[in-house]
Ligand binder design. Structure first.
Ligand SMILES: [Zn+2]
Length: 346
């Protein structure tokens, strides 16, 4: 097992009120699969509704490597896998990329490879101690789905005291396969407080809400007394600038064309004074890659912030938004341990 951490609280974005701000990883952590280690894996056919079948261990959920590409007409999900295993070594990502550069796309092996006997994975996270500019309060726990990059994740956010985020990569597949075996929706359970509202999720789908969901699954209630005294807070947009082209320059050297604009918003309670603020928005048509992924692109397309003191009166506002976008994407890259394509070639 190897441990490594990076201090996040350096450079221009340093927040002096933060005592600790680190991203950390424990790599090569052995997966906790005592039964599989003792008696071996239990290969079954796994898959999705889109006809796609592969082989994984029924107990620990580890997939064969390569996972295989079985004929859905012959193999049902959950059926014990009795077919052959392909003893060939899977291609490494580097070889795969070198072949791709030459325009060669190796055929996906239809027979599954072996299920790794001594699987390891990375457990990582972020810890912030002290007052930061991200002052949210809450606790949550995610159980991912069969396609999740991080099967389990949890966060504890204590406002001005700090926050802790954890994610487990493939650790916890056993739990995921018991609790959330089908579909591509992760499930979240948590409680949080934001701007006078207490919100909860109980086993709620992370990226989708359905009208048929029971009320207890997710919701929020205002707990700010001003809500009851002065009425609910309403926001409306008063004005927006036209969209201006700008360039986001990432520390890795890549640049991205974006469109930026400012929006002026008003917030007020029914029986209260109005307050206005500016929101900065950026939008990148092609997206800015922030994560390496073999089978889907992970890119950030757009985002919005409230930026203090940036108004159209400052002629440099497009540059300020582009710099903030670079900072935001850069933080995501650090979190996902992103490697630029050129680093692979070197
Ligand atoms: Zn197993």
């Amino acid at each position: 097992m190897r441990a490594r951490s990076i201090n996040r609280n350096t450079g221009e974005d340093r927040q002096p009120s933060l005592l600790v701000s680190r991203t950390f990883w424990f790599s090569d952590v052995p997966r906790l699969i005592p039964v599989c280690r003792m008696v071996g894996h239990k290969p079954v056919v796994d898959g999705t509704d889109t006809p796609c079948r592969w082989v994984a261990c029924d107990r620990c959920g580890i997939r064969a490597n390569p996972q295989g590409n079985l004929d859905p007409a012959l193999w049902d999900i959950g059926q014990p896998y009795t077919g052959p295993f392909n003893p060939a070594e899977p291609l490494s990502p580097i070889v795969r990329k070198q072949l791709a550069r030459k325009g060669i796309k190796p055929a996906r092996a239809s027979e599954p490879g072996p299920i790794p006997a001594h699987p390891v994975g990375t457990v990582g996270g972020e810890v912030h101690i002290g007052k930061s500019k991200w002052r949210t309060v809450g606790i949550d726990f995610k159980v991912g789905n069969c396609g999740s990059e991080q099967v389990l994740a949890a966060s504890l956010r204590l406002g001005p005291l700090g926050s802790l985020y954890l994610h487990t990569e493939d650790h916890g597949r056993w739990l995921q396969r018991r609790l959330n075996p089908t579909g591509y929706q992760s499930r979240e359970t948590g409680l949080s407080y934001y701007r006078g509202r207490l919100s909860w999720q109980v086993w709620a789908r992370r990226d989708e809400h359905r009208a048929s969901d029971p009320k207890w699954m997710s919701g929020s209630v205002p707990i700010d007394p001003r809500h009851y005294l002065y009425g609910p807070r309403k926001n409306r947009m008063l004005f927006q600038t036209e969209k201006v082209p700008a360039v986001v320059r990432m520390p890795e050297g890549d640049t991205h064309d974006v469109l930026v604009h400012l929006e002026k918003w008003e917030t007020r309670r029914t029986r209260g004074r109005a307050r206005t603020y500016w929101m900065a928005q950026w939008d990148c048509k092609k997206g800015i890659p922030v994560r390496n992924h073999d089978w889907k692109g992970d890119e950030t397309f757009s985002s919005a912030w409230t930026i203090q003191g940036v108004t159209p009166d400052n002629p440099r506002w497009p540059l300020i938004i582009a710099a903030a976008a670079a900072e935001d994407c850069s933080r995501d890259r650090a979190r996902y341990n992103y490697r630029a394509p050129s680093e692979d070639a070197a």
